[in-house]
Design a binder for this molecule. Structure first.
Ligand SMILES: Nc1ncnc2c1ncn2[C@@H]1O[C@H](COP(=O)(O)OP(=O)(O)OP(=O)(O)O)[C@@H](O)[C@H]1O
Ligand SMILES: [Mg+2]
Length: 290
C-alpha cells in the first residue's frame, strides 16, 4: 500500500543522494523527502492528512501494534472500533508522539514525518487529542477555559499580557456556538454536566483550529441526549477538520460513520461501512470472543 507520494519521495531522495554522493547535511543519514514541519502548513495534495504504514510497537515483547497501516483523507470522519486491548489508544499515542513505535512510518500530510517530532510539537502542528476523561479547569468559567486554550499556545511572558484580538473573539464566539455552550459562557466549568465538560474540552481543542482531531471514547458516560448532540457536533466538524473517533458505542458510530476501521491485535482486521464490517465473519468472531 505505497502511495504515489512515497514513490515520488523515493525518486527525489535517490536524485538528491546521487548529487551529493552521501555528503548530506544530516551527516549521511537518509532523511529522505520528509522534513521538520512548521505549524500551519500541511501538504494534503496527495489526498491524505494522516498516513501510517507498517507501524509496530512492543511492550515487554508483547506486540500492542503489529504492522499497522492506515490512512485518512482530509476532512474525513473516520471511526475506529475494536475489542478491548486492540491497540486503539496506543495508535493515538503513536500519532501524538506519546509512544515511539519500534518501526514503521507515520506522516502528517505528505511531507511531515511525525516520528521526528515530540508531543508539544505535534500538537502545535495541528493535531489535537481528546482523552476520555474531561480535563477542563473546574474553577474557571467556560469563557476562561476557552481563552486559556489560546494562551497555552504562547510563552508565559506573552500570556501575562494576553488579550484576545478581534479574530480570536470571533473564533471564541463561533466555538461556543458549535459546542452548544453559548448560553453557559459565564458558568463555572465545575458546574457543567459530564457531557458539557466533554464539549468544553473539545471546544478548547477547537480554539487552536486543529487540522486533525483524535477523540478517544468521547461519548463514554454521556446520557443518550448528550450522545445525540455529540453526534451532531462531530458531523458539523467533519469537512472543516479531519477526525479520528474511537468508540465502543455502536449506535453512535452508526449515526456518524462513513468508513469504519476495525482494529484487532494491533492491526486492521476489516474496513468499510458499519454494515459491511458488522457482517464480516472475522469481525463477528473477535467480538464474540475466540
Ligand atoms: N505502556 C504500556 N505498557 C505495557 N502494555 C501496554 C501499554 N500500553 C498499552 N499496553 C497494552 O497494549 C494493548 C493495547 O492497549 P490499548 O490501550 O491500546 O487498547 P485499546 O484498543 O485502546 O482498548 P480499550 O478499548 O480497552 O480502550 C493492551 O494489551 C495493553 O495492555
Ligand atoms: Mg483505549
Amino acid at each position: 500500500m505505497t502511495p504515489d507520494l512515497f514513490e515520488e519521495g523515493a525518486k527525489r531522495l535517490a536524485a538528491r543522494q546521487e548529487k551529493v554522493q552521501g555528503n548530506t547535511e544530516s551527516g549521511g543519514r537518509a532523511a529522505g523527502f520528509s522534513r521538520i514541519g512548521t505549524p500551519g502548513e500541511v501538504d494534503v495534495t496527495h489526498g491524505r492528512i494522516l498516513y501510517l504504514e507498517d507501524v509496530s510497537v512492543s511492550f515487554d515483547g508483547f506486540k500492542a501494534i503489529n504492522q499497522l497501516s492506515l490512512d485518512i483523507a482530509p476532512g474525513e470522519l473516520r471511526c475506529i472500533i475494536g475489542p478491548n486491548g486492540a491497540g486503539k489508544t496506543t495508535m493515538m499515542d503513536i500519532i501524538t508522539g506519546k509512544t515511539r513505535p519500534n518501526s514503521g512510518t507515520v506522516f502528517f500530510g505528505s511531507t511531515i514525518d511525525l516520528l521526528r517530532h515530540n508531543e508539544p510539537e505535534i500538537a502545535a502542528l495541528g493535531i489535537g487529542r481528546k482523552f476520555q476523561k474531561p480535563t477542563v479547569f473546574e474553577q474557571l468559567s467556560v469563557f476562561e477555559n476557552l481563552e486559556l486554550a489560546l494562551k497555552t499556545h504562547k510563552g508565559v511572558k506573552s500570556s501575562m499580557f494576553f488579550k484576545l484580538d478581534s479574530a480570536q473573539k470571533d473564533r471564541l464566539a463561533e466555538v461556543l456556538h458549535t459546542i452548544h455552550l453559548a448560553e453557559s459562557v459565564t458558568r463555572m466549568a465545575g458546574n457543567l454536566s459530564h457531557g458539557q465538560k466533554q464539549w468544553l474540552e473539545i471546544g478548547m481543542l477547537l480554539m487552536q483550529d486543529p487540522k486533525l482531531l483524535l477523540l478517544d471514547e468521547p461519548v463514554a458516560g454521556m446520557t443518550d441526549e448528550e450522545t445525540a448532540r455529540t453526534a451532531e457536533l462531530f458531523l458539523t466538524l467533519k469537512g472543516k477538520h479531519s477526525l479520528m473517533v474511537v468508540e465502543h458505542d455502536m449506535s453512535f458510530i452508526r449515526t456518524i460513520s462513513d468508513i469504519v476501521t476495525v482494529l484487532c491485535d494491533g492491526s486492521v482486521l476489516a474496513q468499510g461501512t458499519l454494515d459491511e464490517v458488522q457482517a464480516d465473519e472475522r469481525v463477528i468472531e473477535v467480538y464474540l470472543g475466540r
